[in-house]
Design a protein around this ligand. Sequence first.
Ligand code: ATP
Ligand code: MG
Length: 387
Amino acid sequence: MNKKFLLLGSGELGKEFVIAAQRIGQTVIAVDSYAGAPAMQVAHGFEVINMLDGAALDAIVAKHRPDFIVPEIEAIRTERFYDYERQGITVVPSAKAANFTMNRKAIRDLATKELGLRTANYRYATSEATLQQAVSEVGMPCVVKPLMSSSGKGQSTIKSEADIARAWQYAMEGSRGDVVEVIVEAFVNFESEITLLTVTQHQGPTLFCPPIGHRQERGDYQESWQPALVNVTALEEAKMMAGKVTEALGGAGIFGVEFFLAKDGVYFSELSPRPHDTGMVTLAGTQNFNEFELHLRAILGLPISGIHLERAGASAVILAHHTGEQPTFSGLAAIASLPKTDFRLFGKPSTRPYRRMGVALCYDDAGTDIASVVERAKEAAAKVTLD
Ligand SMILES: Nc1ncnc2c1ncn2[C@@H]1O[C@H](COP(=O)(O)OP(=O)(O)OP(=O)(O)O)[C@@H](O)[C@H]1O
Ligand SMILES: [Mg+2]
């Protein structure tokens, strides 16, 4: 079974997906907006296009005639996906999933209004004046996000009236495309947040990975760990919600479903219909299959007999601090000498402040105090510096 995959987005998550696909003899064409992107380095071929340009997307789909289109990012002209489905190409996990999740409004209304999932109270606003109104309705503190953005871009917290004008301005600057609208969410004073990796299958039940805990800063995750300690009731509730939302979106593949765990219960936040960055912890061998292998199996319709925790693990990001080209790294011998530790350097050709360049991966026996594994991952990541 040699299938052809068109991977839309060629970052570090795409790279691991390509490696998983290569290992079982599949063909992958990797696409991104610049040449030399991580996944391109390991793919059979590559294309450089603006993926928000529908005509450019149509052209490469027509050129390569893939069996599967696998989005790795949100910023794609996903409206075109419905047409590709009609042409008989499988969009992973489905055109609807990719299209709904690129816009916070579509996915939030689906989750809340259609499926009745518990989310933070929210409103939308299309101007500074309507933002004022929305804030008065959801109350302060609240979080403002552009409808189209990721990695925390354009996101800020309003604590007092004085923050409103700036929050509107900031959201417009951080908005992808020309959408002039934001979501305003009540601030959830959560105790922790988790990603529940959820695998839907063409044949076979929906499977859940052990929950992953993570810590966010500036809109990007800094450390993630697995298993996260979640009480049984909360975990069952999260699984129920993840099952519902992934079923409504359709298709087969892995989803990263994000939840806030608060004193008063579990809140659905959002989801990615693809491997999740916090799920890189599975590269530490925490599970019998990592999240990329699971995605691949689900896409190909290969049976997944079960998902098991094999070890406790943690990941900690290695970030750049300056703008530059062709980065080199120091401290590799230091991190390599640590026990039960591994790392990835993504091979990104250029740097900018806070760009994720690599990840440290630590593991220990299942059942080990997870906080100590997280601590080791942070220490390991700190050994690696960019020259
Ligand atoms: N309503 C909220 N209450 C409290 N914290 C929030 C709220 N919304 C978002 N956050 C915090 O901000 C982080 C990023 O928010 P969210 O996941 O919605 O944005 P994003 O830009 O889609 O991020 P990413 O693409 O990296 O997942 C969350 O993981 C959480 O830590
Ligand atoms: Mg998120």
